[in-house]
Design a protein around this ligand. Sequence first.
Ligand code: 5GP
Length: 336
Amino acid sequence: REFCRRLPKVELHAHLNGSIDNDTLYKLMDLYKAKHEELPLEASDKSIYAIKQGETRTLAQCFDVFRAIHALTGSEEAISIVAKDVVQGFANDGVRYLELRTTPKDTPTSAEYVRTVIDALKTAQDKHQGAIVVRLILSIDRRGSVEKALETVRIAAQNKPFVVGVDFSGDPTHKDARDFQSAWDLARQKDLKLAIHFAEIKNTEESLYIVNELKADRIGHGCFMQDGVEDAVLKAQIPLEICMSSNVMGQSVKDYDDHHFHDLYEKDYPCAISTDDMGVFSTTLSHEYAMAARKLDIPQPRIWDLSYRTIDFIFAEVEVKDQLREIWNSEKVLLA
Ligand code: 5GP
């Protein structure tokens, strides 16, 4: 575990508002109460916050947690606190490159929400003086409209190169990636990368579309890869973001021993161990690496290889990749 904490790490699948820890949550509650006296209804039942290791929730209950968090993050001040604290949390855990993702909110407009987030992330990045590089991906909520998705892509393009790509997330029981073809076309035209939530529930047609037609640059989760989906994935070799705690605690996967990462690791498939929502699922990236090492009996040099390999999958410029490889190689000696 100590090795995994000291290991330099890349985080590629982390939702901004899912990465809020309890301390930040209490700050947000105080901030809200100072302005409104009472907590908002969605956020008043504290038992729905962070899910402790060993506990599970249904996917629907996990989405209730996000609703509660969103009720507390409706001001620019709150957004700035969240963005700064989340970067600090990842930096404290030895993350050297962080690709956060967030869904633009009307606070007060999507473009201004994104501007507030970017300003806070850049301030936090500067504070760490090169110890952590941060980039942003904008999420399209699959429950939203195609117009909203197109707006998100446009805002992403306007904020390149800090914004590196577009994500597709939100409640997987709603709508379908195929409904958003015009947004994907625009993203490609604007030279934005696509990181797509994939096979979180059984949806064979959508999954095959994401791999074979959309040809996403990265896919996330992959819990339900039956009916030819796994064969398509193995053929395409699209890097897969692995979120073990999230999948187990959100009940998409029965337990850690049953997780599809076992099989993919055996096949040397390109995978990026990730946290998904480190606040909601009470985890850290070090913990996810340590859990994988323990459950799959992976020796330390192979854990280092796994971390090093994730540099290949980042969306930032090639210069950033080169810098990170230098850091990893110099720290390898110190870790040995
Ligand atoms: P935000 O975009 O507000 O910064 O982060 C929280 C949002 O990320 C949630 O409301 C949800 O749309 C999305 N999200 C977080 N975790 C998951 C997940 O495991 N699966 C899916 N599909 N979406 C998620």
